[in-house]
Ligand binder design. Sequence first.
Ligand code: BDR
Ligand code: CA
Length: 311
Amino acid sequence: VKKVLLFGDIGIDDTVALIYARLNKEIEIVGLVADYGNVSREDAVSNIYYVMKLFDFPKEIPVILGAEVPLTGEQPTYYPEIHGERGLGPIIPNEDPEIKIENFWEIIKIIEKYKDELIIVNIGRLTSLATLFILYNKLMKNVKEIYMMGGAFWVPGNVTTVAEANFHGDPFAVNIVLTYATNVTIIPLNATQKAIVTPGMVDYIDSFGKTKILKPLMQYYTRFYQERDPSLLGSPVHDALTLMATIYPNMFIYESYPVTVVDKLEGPARGQSIAETRPYENLNDRKKRHRIAFDIHYDMFFHNFMSIMTG
Ligand code: BDR
Ligand code: CA
C-alpha cells in the first residue's frame, strides 16, 4: 500500500483524485495539505472536509493548512468558471463546525513517521512543497518519491499558450522543488490531456452508486472543456492520473531530462516548462534529470479508472 501525503488545491479534478484514492485499496492517504490554486486555501480546506465526510475517510487523517499565496508575492487568481464557485462545481458545501486543521509543521511529523515509505503527490501549485525544501531541506531527502501534476512540454498550455496552470501559478516554487528534490516524476499535460473521462463513462460509474457526487462534478467540468473545444469527447482527470502514476508505472511512457520553468513573471513565456534534450557539451554540466511522462496507454488508464471507480 502506498502511503501518500497529498498537496491539493481542491477543485473538481482534485476531488475526483480524492474519490479515486478512497476507492483504490493500494493507496493510503496519510495527510492532506490544503493549498490555494483552483480555489482559495479556505475553500480547499472546506472541500477536503466535505469529501472526507461524504466518503467516510478515516477521521485520523490530518488536514494541514498549506500555502495561501505564491512565492511570487502576487495575489492568487482562482478559476470558478472551471471548478465552480467553491471548487465543487454546482455544490456549495455548508459550514462545517467540526473542521480541525493542523499547522504546517504537522507535515514534518508525517515525514518523520513514514520516512522512506512516504510518497508525496502534488496536484496543485508547488508553493507548499517548495517551502518545505526551504525550511527543512535535509529532512526532505527522506521522502521516497515525489509526483507532481504540472507542466506542458512542447504541447500547448492550459492557462497560456505555453504554460500549464500549476507551473504558471508559482514558477519560482517549481524551480525550487526541481533544484532540491530527488526522485521527482512530472505528470504534465502531455499525459494528462489523454486521460479523458467521457459523460458515458461517468453515467456508467454513477450507476454503481459508489461515487455519489462524481456525476455533477464531471458534468460541470466537462461543460467548461466542451464549450472551449466541442471536439473533446470528455474532460481530462489530470490529478487522478497523477495518483495512478504512484502505483502503475507501465501505464506511462517516461523519459528523463533536466527541467527548468520560465519564472519571468511578466511576458508570454511565464510558466513554460523546458526539458533540456540537447546532448551535454561536456560531462561536468550534467544536471539533475527528472522523469517526465510524455504519454499514457489509454486502454490501461480506462480499464483502471472504470474498475476502481465502480468499486
Ligand atoms: C491542473 O491545474 C488545475 O486546474 C487542475 O486541478 C490540475 O491540477 C491542470 O493544469
Ligand atoms: Ca489540482
